[in-house]
Design a binder for this molecule. Sequence first.
Ligand code: ADP
Ligand code: MG
Length: 498
Amino acid sequence: MGKVAVAFAAAAVLVSCSVAAVMVGRRIKSRAKWRAVVEILKELEEACDTPVGRLRQVVDAMAVEMHAGLASEGGSKLKMLLTFVHHLPNGTEKGTYYALHLGGTYFRILRVHLGGERSYLDVQDVERHPIPSHLMDSTSEVLFNFLAFSMERFIEKEGKESNSQGVKRELAFTFSFPVKHSSISSGVLIKWTKGFEISEMVGKDVAECLQGAMNRRGLDIHVAALVNDTVGALSLGYYHDPDTVVAVVFGTGSNACYLERTDAIIKSQGLLTTSGSMVVNMEWGNFWSSHLPRTSYDIDLDAESSNPNDMGFEKMIAGLYLGDIVRRVIRHMSQVSDIFGPTSSMLSEPYVLRTNSVSAMHEDDTPELQQVARILKDLGVSDVPLKVRKLVVKICDVVTRRAGRLAAAGIAGILKKVGRDGSGGITSGRSRSEMRMQKRTVVAVEGGLYMNYTMFREYMEEALVEILGEEVSQYVVVKAMEDGSSIGSALLVASLQS
Ligand code: ADP
Ligand code: MG
């Protein structure tokens, strides 16, 4: 072999060695990056872990906080607000009633017609629209003018004949924010939640604001009740099934109410109702316990939210927030590794990833996870390999599983407080008569997260059985109430008239 040929051969060996070295180096680097990402996932899983023992601690904490909130004003993070609702609709109501519902994301208007028997419930003309985002930080006048205007358009569509007798239309205002009631039809806003920021509204009477806006438009409408959305859901649940004693909403936010004995509401001694009970709006979104499995993502989300140090439970379980927790995890991963390609600036935009997209990714059943690819692309993350898409599905699973299981613990906490969790009479060695003591209990549930996100629902229901045990669970019925909060509020107004 000539000198030149030798030199060529040597060079070729050198080149291929260094190419191989680069390749190996890259592979090692990419493995290290993958390992870093897997480590983040592992940490997340550990931090979000909710074994049944921990859930039971949350159950106990919920029951304890409920007691404390009922004992004294400000005694707990749970406000346990009086609603002045002590009779729930029973099926004998008659007439036509309206509901206007301001939720966290949507407002709805509907009309119900009742024929005096349960089976004659006719829900008519349900309208549902997203709340224009500029209203969320506008003024109370702008917000309520908009609601009155929407109501006006709704009744215009009915035609004149529907209100020919000239009587006022009776309206329920379903309002999904904390209110301190002075009667069933009046109450002042305590604070905004779910991203609303109209500060001058705090302390104002919510029903009065709506009535004022209706009057300014010359509408023949009487705001007959101011109803928390959970109380609406409870009303519809009870209308269909009088074993309903608890209602929970999982929508943009989350909250619960239940029927409490008035003598247990110690902070309002002397509160007399003919029924001996009153619906209590827990405002459970603000529940907190050191047993809640909190991650650094939750801490950052809270600190950067419009209501820091507030609504800690809601921020772990409700629709507004689950998407943002997932986004924060993905962003963290994309910062330590390039498996998501160059870091997309969109990943830094709060709330850009909605919980609807989380459920679409989580429940993506295409073999190549095309939904995941599409949603990531919308976030500026293109062409990620299948294994990364799978990783994203796993993140959605971890975050939603924790949410569903904590939601179940919350419900079990209420059941414990009202003595329907089986912990009193039913322990080991139960007798038949003891089992008979366990009352059938219906929990009415509504809200977009619960209705539309199957995995959330399944995790919640599975954990409820885990916490309560198979036997007690047979007595606890979770019933979905589509549009329950709006329909039920209209029923409640109907029950006030009869
Ligand atoms: P509101 O909170 O305004 O009363 P909903 O009860 O309909 O309205 O809840 C809406 C919220 O429910 C959305 O903001 C979203 O967080 C959640 N949601 C709705 N659809 C889905 C879905 N398909 N998957 C996951 N979450 C959903
Ligand atoms: Mg709602």
